[in-house]
Design a protein around this ligand. Structure first.
Ligand code: NAD
Ligand code: UFG
Length: 337
């Protein structure tokens, strides 16, 4: 069975390509490499001993998408391609709306033409409104506070409407919580450009000495130690969730939103301490003010993923910290070495 993976050279995409190949799927990638490097896919090929067909172009380009669909017998599309920096989306909203929404619509249009009806969408816990009780379940209130989040919520709505109009169109909207870690080989991992915004790459680069110290964004939240609590999920667990979603989509119709999280929340200090303990390294930090837009706690109710997909996270926080560090140590400058 052939799976089209858009954004397959990126962080989550590369880990998913690896799991797909190991499970016996054929993988076709479309990626314009605007936030990634071909090297990730070369390493996936090395790790699996299997090859990937890679097309480098923008997923908004319907003509080029058509040629991919006519060259390959695609059974399912996993759509990772998208821009994902929350802060940047506030500065250049049109770029975000255009990239993330037009790519989704172009794919749907071409899928319809080629009778491909299974779609897995990279959504995010950011689609939940801030007034929900924790843990977040899929029926919670939806609403966003930044353009990036809106691109995900609007993407969900577009796909839901398409599946309502065409009952053969099967969609799984995967709402990721906080993916961290790397493949245990240390050969593929997260490779942010510039100074990282997210906690784990900031920690690994601080431990390495590339950054002087981590700033903990606030210690006055209503959490056990005052620092922000999130549902961190190992990227390999997340990747495996996509395989379960592909199986589900090919056997069911309609549109389902499903959380991919562990159900466990860890604070920023928990993560720093776990990272230091697991890897026997120091992460110098200072406490700073809250980061605008952050909330105290975000964690998933993961039961729907278990009920519908038969998936649950298997790897724990020690695995996540170990694998993130293993990747960073082996690739101090990411794929740009
Ligand atoms: P990433 O930036 O590493 O990967 C995205 C990939 O898409 C990159 O390889 C990039 O080059 C490619 N891309 C972007 N726009 C494209 C376009 N128009 N055409 C072709 N390729 C394009 O990001 P990631 O962390 O792997 O995230 C994958 C998806 O998951 C994204 O849609 C993101 O919004 C979503 N998501 C990520 C997180 C997270 O914390 N990493 C959380 C929730 C949701
Ligand atoms: N944090 C720090 N210092 C840092 C970076 C982060 O203290 O230098 C804290 C944050 O305040 C937060 C926690 O670490 O409490 C996690 O922050 P991240 O930036 O790693 O992740 P977020 O939860 O803010 O956001 C992530 C993705 C979003 C996605 C969201 C889904 O970046 O794209 O998860 O829940 F929408």
């Amino acid at each position: 069975m052939t799976i089209l993976v858009t954004g397959g050279a990126g962080y989550i995409g590369s880990h998913t390509c690896l799991e797909l190949l190991n499970a016996g799927y054929q993988v076709v990638v479309v990626d314009n490499l605007c936030n990634s490097d071909m090297e990730s896919l070369k390493r996936v090929e090395q790790l699996t001993g299997k090859s990937i067909t890679m097309y480098q172009f923008d997923a908004r380009d319907e003509k080029q998408l058509e040629s991919v669909f006519s060259n390959h017998n695609i059974a399912c599309v996993i759509h990772f391609a998208g821009l994902k920096a929350v802060g940047e989306s506030v500065s250049i909203p049109l770029t975000y709306y255009h990239n993330n929404l037009v790519s989704t619509m172009a794919l749907c249009k071409v899928m319809k033409k080629y009778n491909v009806s299974n779609f897995i969408f990279s959504s995010s816990a950011t689609v939940y409104a801030q007034d929900n009780e924790m843990p977040l379940h899929e029926g919670g209130h939806l609403g966003c506070t930044n353009p990036y989040g809106w691109t995900k919520l609007m993407g969900e709505q577009i796909l839901k409407d398409i599946s309502l109009a065409d009952p053969a169109f099967s969609v799984v909207l995967l709402r990721y919580f906080n993916p961290i870690g790397a493949h245990q080989s240390g050969m593929i991992g997260e490779d942010p450009s510039g100074i990282p915004n997210n906690l784990l790459p900031y920690i690994t680069q601080t431990a390495l000495g590339r950054l002087e110290r981590l700033t903990v964004h606030g210690n006055d939240y209503d959490t056990k130690d005052g620092t922000g609590v999130r549902d961190y999920i190992h990227v390999v667990d997340l990747a495996r969730g996509h395989l379960k979603a592909v199986e589900y989509a090919t056997k069911h119709q309609g549109c389902e939103a499903i959380n991919l999280g562990t159900g466990v929340g860890y604070s920023v200090l928990d993560i720093i301490h776990a990272f230091e303990k697991e890897n026997d390294v120091q992460v110098p930090y200072v406490i700073g003010p809250r980061r605008p837009g952050d909330i105290g706690s975000v964690y998933a109710d993961p039961r729907k993923a278990l009920d519908l997909l038969g998936w649950e996270a298997k790897l724990g926080i020690a695995d996540m910290c170990r694998d993130a560090w293993n990747w960073q140590k082996q690739n101090p400058r990411g794929y740009r070495e």
